[in-house]
Design a protein around this ligand. Structure first.
Ligand code: APR
Length: 259
C-alpha cells in the first residue's frame, strides 16, 4: 500500500518531533541507503544475490578456497564501484543531524564508507569495510585502491593473498564493533532504521535491543520489512534520500521555531 503525501508529511512531522525530543538518537543503516549512490542492494529489486550466489562469493570458506574467483566475481567490481561512489542526501541528512546534536551514532551494515564521506564522525562499521585490504600472511593493511588493477588474487609484497577488511558470511562480527553497537542500541531512545531488509543477524537484532529499551523506532524503506508490523512505531515508505531530505527539513524547521 503506498502512502499518500499528506500521510507521509504527517508521519515525517511526528518523527521529527520524536527526534528533537530525544536524548540519544541512533541510526541503523543497510544497503538501501546507498542505492541512490549507485550501489546495488543485496536483496529485493536489483539485488546482487539474485545474480551471484552469496555462498559462492561472500562466504569466508569460498574466499579461502579460491580467492582469485571471489576477487574476480565480487570484490574487484564492488571495489571499483565503492571507491568512485559519492554519498547521497540520506547520508548527508544523518551527518547534518549529528552536526546539530540530534544524532549520536550510526551503526552501518555497509562497507562503502559513505557515512564518513558525508561527514558523520561516529560510525560503527558492523560488517567492516571495503576501503582497505589486509594480507592473510603478514596482516599488513593497505587501501583497496592499490589492488583493483592487479592480477587476481592481489598479493602483498610478502607474497600473501590480500583480503578485503569486510566481514564475510561465516565470520564473527568484530568484537569491538559488536559491543559498541550493542551499547548504543541498548541506550538509545530513538532509532532510525534506514534501508535494511532486517533479515541478517546479529545486525537486525540491534533494532530489537533498542525496542527493549523502549526506544521509538522510525523506519525508512521503499517497502515493508519484518520490522514494519512488529517493532516500528513510524514507517516512512519511500526512497531514503527524499525521506531524509524531508525529515531533516522538518527537524530544522521545528528547531528554528523553538519549543
Ligand atoms: N531507499 C530506501 N530503502 C531502499 C532503497 C532506497 N532507495 N532501495 C532499496 N531499499 C531497501 C530494500 O527494500 C531492502 O529492504 O533496502 C533494503 C536492502 O536490503 P538488503 O539488500 O538485504 O541489505 P541489508 O539489509 O543491508 O543486508 C544486510 O546482508 O548480504 C549481507 O553483508 C551484507 O550488510 C549486508 C547484510
Amino acid at each position: 500500500m503506498t502512502q499518500g503525501s499528506k500521510m507521509v508529511e504527517s508521519i515525517i512531522r511526528q518523527a521529527a518531533k520524536k527526534i528533537i525530543g530525544a536524548n540519544n538518537v541512533v541510526a541503523l543503516t543497510g544497503a538501501g541507503i546507498s542505492v541512490e549512490s549507485g550501489i546495488p542492494p543485496f536483496r529485493g529489486k536489483g539485488g546482487l544475490w539474485a545474480k551471484i550466489d552469496p555462498v559462492e562469493v561472500a562466504h569466508i570458506d569460498a574466499f579461502l578456497e579460491n580467492p582469485a574467483k571471489v576477487w574476480r566475481l565480487l570484490i574487484r567490481d564492488m571495489g571499483r564501484l565503492l571507491v568512485s561512489a559519492a554519498p547521497n542526501d540520506a547520508h548527508h541528512g544523518l551527518a547534518e543531524l549529528e552536526k546539530v546534536g540530534c544524532m549520536a551514532t550510526v551503526i552501518t551494515q555497509n562497507v562503502d564508507g559513505l557515512h564518513q564521506a558525508a561527514g558523520s564522525r561516529r560510525v560503527i562499521e558492523f560488517h567492516g569495510t571495503f576501503a582497505t585490504v589486509s594480507c592473510l600472511q603478514c596482516h599488513l593493511q593497505q587501501p583497496i585502491k592499490n589492488c583493483l588493477t592487479a592480477d587476481m588474487p592481489p598479493r602483498c609484497d610478502c607474497g600473501g593473498v590480500l583480503r578485503p577488511d569486510c566481514v564475510f558470511f561465516g565470520e564473527m562480527i568484530p568484537t569491538a564493533a559488536f559491543h559498541a553497537a550493542q551499547a548504543v542500541a541498548a541506550a538509545c531512545d530513538v532509532m532510525l532504521v534506514i534501508g535494511t531488509s532486517a533479515t541478517v543477524e546479529p545486525a537486525a537484532h540491534m533494532s530489537v535491543m533498542a525496542k527493549q529499551n523502549r526506544a521509538v523506532i522510525i523506519e525508512i524503506n521503499l517497502e515493508s520489512t519484518p520490522l514494519s508490523d512488529s517493532i516500528s512505531d513510524y514507517m516512512i515508505k519511500g526512497p531514503a534520500g527524499e525521506s531524509m531530505r524531508q525529515l531533516t527539513a522538518a527537524v530544522d524547521q521545528m528547531r528554528a521555531a523553538g519549543p
